[in-house]
Write a protein that binds this ligand. Structure first.
Ligand code: SF4
Ligand code: SF4
Length: 325
């Protein structure tokens, strides 16, 4: 059985749709995703399960959770009903228009028990969101007595060296700070190279032969992230660092059938070798000579199954993770 017995702390993905299409986004969020948001009944079910598993607080992320600020209020009501504390809501600040409208949103959030916003601050977001919006939102939070969790202050001076009224590409950052800038961001940010982030950094990554990846195969432990799991708006459990895989949370707490979620189970129990054998034997996947590591091979096989063969596999969800990378 694929089963989790305890969850301590995690995040709720209320929507995948986003105003931005950041190159470092491991969820592959973008404006192209459907305009779907977590409903009250889904949030109520998720929070009630989380509570029963020992999880008493969550953060809210996306996508951009405040893309349509009123859509999040039902989720906050459901959290309150289940006595789940909201640690913070992540936001990219794109929704900031002016002080008055921002104040109204902040007041509503505070009235619904939210006391902290995690505000994204990094050059990837600056390709889509002018820095003046970030600064103005921080100022508005200060006035509204909403705490700010700046993520990450380390990039403030880099971004502030540019005109804050305009958008700035990573190429501009490279021109200003040197050609290695994008590669340095990898470590400075501590990026999770999955989804679009993998696509962005793949050309810069060291290659490994297929054989070497097979020989080094070990369990990916998709179920082990009890401190930083995510549950999305469709009620699916998203493993700690591997988006694009999912199992309905309600099944996972009872014990999900490994025969139904064969890809998830192969990676959880034995690792990439087991998935590669399954993909070759059952679906005719033909491996290449080399990859940018095991996760590149994993994505190549998943893309083949979802995009090339068009298979509707219950553990490779949501499909848009692959489609809108
Ligand atoms: S990193 Fe955040 S702001 Fe950027 S595309 Fe992903 S969800 Fe949207
Ligand atoms: S091989 Fe696949 S399941 Fe394992 S860590 Fe990489 S992306 Fe995740």
């Amino acid at each position: 059985m694929l089963k989790i017995d305890c969850l301590v702390s995690g995040g709720i993905i209320t929507n995948y749709k986003c105003s931005s299409k950041c190159r470092h986004c491991c969820y592959s969020s973008s404006p192209k995703w459907p305009d779907d948001y977590m409903t009250f009944s889904m949030a109520d079910e998720i929070f009630s399960i989380l509570k029963s598993m020992g999880c008493h607080y969550v953060h809210i992320g996306g996508g951009e959770p405040l893309l349509k600020p009123d859509k999040i209020l039902d989720v906050l009501d459901a959290a309150r009903k289940n006595n789940i504390e909201i640690e913070y809501i992540e936001t990219n600040s794109s929704w900031f228009r002016d002080e008055a409208s921002a104040n109204a949103v902040l007041k509503e959030l505070k009235d619904h028990g939210v006391n902290t916003l995690l505000i994204s601050i990094d050059p990837f977001h600056n390709e889509y969101i002018p820095f003046w919006k970030v600064k103005a939102l921080i100022k508005a939070c200060s006035k509204a007595e909403m705490n700010v969790f700046p993520w990450l202050m380390e990039f403030w001076d880099d971004i502030d060296a540019m005109d804050d009224k305009k958008l700035h590409s990573i190429d501009e950052y490279k021109q200003l700070f040197g050609p290695a800038y994008q590669l340095q961001l990898l470590k400075r940010y501590g990026l999770n190279l999955k989804g679009r982030a993998l696509k962005t950094y793949k050309p810069m990554m060291k290659k490994q032969s297929y054989e070497q990846i097979m020989n080094e195969s070990k369990s990916c432990q998709l179920l082990s992230g009890i401190y930083h799991f995510h549950v999305d708006l469709y009620g699916n459990f998203i493993p700690q660092s591997c988006p694009g895989f999912s199992i309905p949370l309600r099944e996972l707490v009872r014990g999900a059938d490994p025969g139904k979620y064969r890809i998830f189970d192969s990676l959880e129990s034995a690792g990439i070798r087991s998935f590669a054998e399954l993909a070759a034997k059952e679906y005719g996947y033909k491996p290449k000579e080399e990859y940018a590591g095991r996760c590149d091979l994993c994505y190549d096989m998943r893309n083949y199954l979802v995009l090339e063969l068009g298979l509707d596999l219950p553990d490779l969800k949501p499909e848009n993770h692959y489609k809108y990378v």
